[in-house]
Write a new protein. Structure first.
Length: 192
């Protein structure tokens, strides 16, 4: 099904990303532009420009997991950057708007995971290991004692994220389906 593009909302998503990206470039940490939650906002922009439910579905799943990790990091004392609200909150709001317009197609969960694997490869090729962007280089800080190796951690991430994405897609599709059911109405029997 082809959906009508919404260029203004797409450009707004790109603007959100650019605001936060500017901070990281000026802070001399451009590798932070590669975090999946930030790039998800770019995907939301692309989804609006192309009218693509699949691209937005991937972005939505990325934002759910990325925002969860962001909130956990903040709760554990990570620095709060006001510009991060643009990608984490603004991107999620725009993705929800796109979900209402475009829906959530089936089979997005595995595509979101495949895209993360590709993003991790790009991250390993272009970002310094010290930042551990997209957890592409090591165990999440503070969890080193839980996992015997990075490989075990990666396997846990794989299973956890695949499960999370599958459940999130299923629940989102159910919620959207409930919202689209037509209201019951009285029908007059013409034969009477």
């Amino acid at each position: 099904m082809v959906h009508r593009p919404a260029p203004a909302l797409g450009l707004l998503a790109f603007g959100f990303y650019l605001v936060h990206a500017t901070y990281h470039v000026l802070d001399h940490h451009p590798e932070n532009l590669l975090w999946l939650c930030h790039l998800a906002t770019v995907l939301v922009g692309i989804a609006f420009l192309r009218g693509s439910a699949t691209v937005n579905g991937i972005a939505f799943l990325w934002l759910l997991i990325g925002d969860l990790i962001w909130v956990i990091d903040l709760a554990n004392g990570a620095e709060f950057l006001p510009t991060s609200l643009c990608t984490h909150v603004g991107g999620l709001i725009l993705s929800l708007i796109a979900l209402a317009k475009l829906g959530m197609p089936r089979q997005v969960w595995w595509k979101a995971m495949l895209a993360i694997w590709m993003l991790q490869d790009v991250t390993r090729q272009s970002a310094p290991p010290a930042g551990n962007v997209n957890l592409a280089f090591g165990v999440w800080p503070g969890w080193e004692g839980v996992f015997s190796s990075y490989l075990v951690f990666e396997l846990m991430l794989l299973v956890s994220m695949l499960s999370f994405f599958f459940i999130a897609e299923t629940v989102t599709r159910q919620i959207l389906a409930r919202g689209r059911k037509p209201a019951t109405s009285l029908r007059w029997n013409r034969a009477a």
